[in-house]
Design a protein around this ligand. Sequence first.
Ligand SMILES: CC(C)(COP(=O)(O)OP(=O)(O)OC[C@H]1O[C@@H](n2cnc3c(N)ncnc32)[C@H](O)[C@@H]1OP(=O)(O)O)[C@@H](O)C(=O)NCCC(=O)NCCS
Length: 181
Amino acid sequence: MTRQPALLRREGTTLDGRPYRIRPTQPGEAAAIVALQDAVAAEGEFIAALPGDREAMEQELLLSGILSSGGLSVSLDVGGTLSGHLLVVRRADHDQTHIGDLAIIVENAARGLGLGRALMETAIDWARAVRLGKLCLAVFTTNERAIGLYRSLGFVDEGVLRRQVRLSGGDRDVLLMGLAL
Ligand SMILES: CC(C)(COP(=O)(O)OP(=O)(O)OC[C@H]1O[C@@H](n2cnc3c(N)ncnc32)[C@H](O)[C@@H]1OP(=O)(O)O)[C@@H](O)C(=O)NCCC(=O)NCCS
């Protein structure tokens, strides 16, 4: 599959006036991505992960496997600092290779500025360009901001897994969402 780098690059200014850049994740960035994931995990309410779940080397291997399987990894810099990351993992089952599973995080201080939307739009444009048939994601039913963003981009609800994730703060229901492309 041909990669189209220009498709994966966006630049602009955040709603609060800082320069941002979306670009393909670079080799050697795994430690910074793990630190970002750990910070979001430590908030305890948005993702099913604990700080320290993954080491940089594991993340590096994971990313290279995702890319070599036709997936996507894009990074977001705000003011030159890694502030967000988005992954699309291509499904391997022979009857589901048209599906990509999407995961996104934006650091706390950069939320609500339109950056999550810019990352999602980058991923959707890419998914259409590489002729994926569908993007899927899973989100806690309590995550109103994320669900609002996904719905505004055309994702629809596809089901709820009750008490699917056990966190220290309590069990969470998981909403499955999909976007047919
Ligand atoms: C979810 C997340 C990626 C969204 O990114 P973001 O940069 O904060 O979002 P944006 O500012 O681009 O978009 C906000 C959109 O969400 C929606 N939104 C924002 N706050 C909302 C709220 N309280 N309730 C409902 N919708 C809300 C709006 O549709 C808004 O769109 P707009 O451009 O029309 O105003 C980010 O908040 C994040 O990383 N959160 C923690 C980790 C996480 O939840 N990851 C997703 C797990 S499934």
